[in-house]
Unconditional design. Sequence first.
Length: 134
Amino acid sequence: METDGTLIERSCRGRPDAFVEVVRRHEIAVHGFLARRAGPQVAADLLGEVWLRAFAGRGGYDPAHPDARPWLYGIALGVRDALWILQGIFAASALFLLTPRIRAARDLPGYEMSASKAASAAGTSPTYSGGASV
């Protein structure tokens, strides 16, 4: 059986189909790795990006390393981190865009509702840190 390093090297030298065997060998392990770190819902989507990046970067792989799994795990972490960064940017952008609207809403008449009024509207009585009703 050829090592991952040999297959990757062969895929760089005009046989890109040799990379398919590397994918076949590691797809379950890399998917599980991603699912444990990013959740099962997004693991399949992230896995596709891992294979794209691995294939694109295979020229930098040292074929002296017979097992590509550590290399693939590193790529998987990079893909997961990129997702988290994008999610953070999206959340920050949304907050940035919404903050003026939130501030404007605070200036609307009736925005401030006391705990008593809120509780009255809900048909309950407010409780405070001690849990006692007022």
